[in-house]
Design a protein around this ligand. Structure first.
Ligand code: NAD
Ligand code: ZN
Ligand code: ZN
Length: 346
């Protein structure tokens, strides 16, 4: 089968022929319908050899949707022919966090060597993929696989982030979204669907801001030296009640901290390495700063239900698997509007 693999530190991913995997005990084999292209993969492929901690070669893809085509002994709960979305942040299934569906925060994943598909072992950018347990699968129902696949990360991650701030996003409040790419353009929609907040979006690209407006942002600002003052002005001087940073670089984290109002939330989702000092006087009083990772199993079910209800819709650009390297190039150059999705089976 064809697979898009990262094979050499610092090199582009390549399409190669690999054996079709066979499900072992408890595993489910999927024919992959669609796989999403996340900026985190670019970060991983940018790690120098000293920092790189996954196996090579590795099939990319931590957003996957597929059809069940094989079940090994011990795999139950799904049937051949079922269309499913893969919940990516696998955990042990047993610890205190996993027991709550928070497998993204599994307490034993590192110790047991459990990693997400595409971020530690072979992922969804292949004609077929293995899933270790039927527990990691959510029925897709009548959702379109290409539209739905980004919801497993570009939907789930902002959903988890936004959900934590819902009590603060009451009428009259302002929410800030920094970076309106794959995750950010879904965050704007989630904020509109779930809160009465005024949504302000910031990006370095006019195209991305146009998308943000199309999906519901009330105000859009091109990032620049005046951005913090402009956001403050929009809030009547009070500052934001929740700021979500989908870039996570030093200037964007500083922007989120600078505009954060009293008792507000700052959520750093982007992994570009920026840090925000927290201490008395460094932000407004009682600002809560968090850096979450992905989302929980039940939240993925909720996100798919939001899509089914027509309340969120991902803007997708389709690529065949042979054009996979091009999809990553386009994302790297900021040329993808919304999410790039690879269709490994055409
Ligand atoms: P993307 O490339 O689709 O979107 C990033 C957006 O940020 C683009 O629209 C870009 O124009 C904009 N941007 C870049 N620099 C900016 C700046 N200085 N100011 C304002 N906007 C800027 O990326 P994505 O796939 O949506 O991922 C976003 C970030 O979230 C990445 O860092 C990714 O690694 C991270 N991520 C984190 C988690 C998590 O669990 N914490 C999960 C998935 C992705
Ligand atoms: Zn991701
Ligand atoms: Zn666990």
């Amino acid at each position: 089968m064809k697979a898009l693999q990262y094979r050499e530190i610092g090199a582009e991913p390549v399409v190669v022929d690999v054996p079709t995997p066979e499900p072992g005990p408890g595993q489910v084999l999927l024919r992959v319908d669609a796989a999403g292209v996340c900026h985190s993969d670019i970060a991983v492929m940018g790690w120098p050899a000293e920092q790189y901690r996954y196996p090579l070669p590795m099939t990319l893809g931590h957003e996957g949707v597929g059809t069940v085509v094989g079940l090994a002994d011990g795999a139950q709960g799904v049937a051949e022919g079922d269309r499913v979305a893969v919940y990516g942040p696998w955990g042990c299934g047993v610890c205190r966090m996993c027991a709550q569906g928070k497998e993204n925060y599994c307490l034993r994943a590192a110790e047991l060597g459990i990693t997400p598909p595409g971020l530690g072992h072979d992922g969804a950018m292949a004609e077929y993929m293995l899933v270790d347990d039927a527990r990691h699968l959510v029925p897709l129902g009548d959702l379109d696989p290409v539209q739905a696949v980004p919801l497993t990360d570009a939907g789930l991650t902002p959903y988890h982030a936004v959900k934590a701030s819902l009590p603060k996003l009451v009428a009259g409040s302002t929410a800030l979204v920094i970076g309106t790419g794959g995750l950010g353009h879904v965050a704007v929609q989630l904020l509109r669907a779930l809160t009465p907040a005024r949504v302000v979006a910031v990006d370095v690209s006019e195209d991305k801001l146009a998308l943000a407006r199309r999906v519901g942002a009330h105000e859009t600002l091109l990032s620049g030296p005046e951005t913090a003052a402009q956001v403050r002005e929009i809030t009547g001087g009070e500052g934001t009640r929740a700021a979500f940073d989908f870039v996570g670089a030093q200037p964007t984290v500083e922007l989120a901290g600078a505009v954060a109002g009293v008792e507000s939330d700052v959520t750093i989702v982007g992994i570009a390495g920026g840090t925000l000092p927290v201490g008395f006087g460094s932000t407004a009083f009682e600002v809560a700063v968090r850096a979450p990772y992905w989302g929980t199993r039940d939240e993925l079910i909720e996100v798919l239900d939001l899509a089914r209800a027509g309340l969120v819709g991902v803007h997708v650009e389709r690529f065949g698997i042979d054009d996979g390297p091009q999809a990553y190039r386009a994302l790297h150059h900021g040329e993808v509007d919304g999410r790039a999705v690879i269709l490994p089976n055409g």
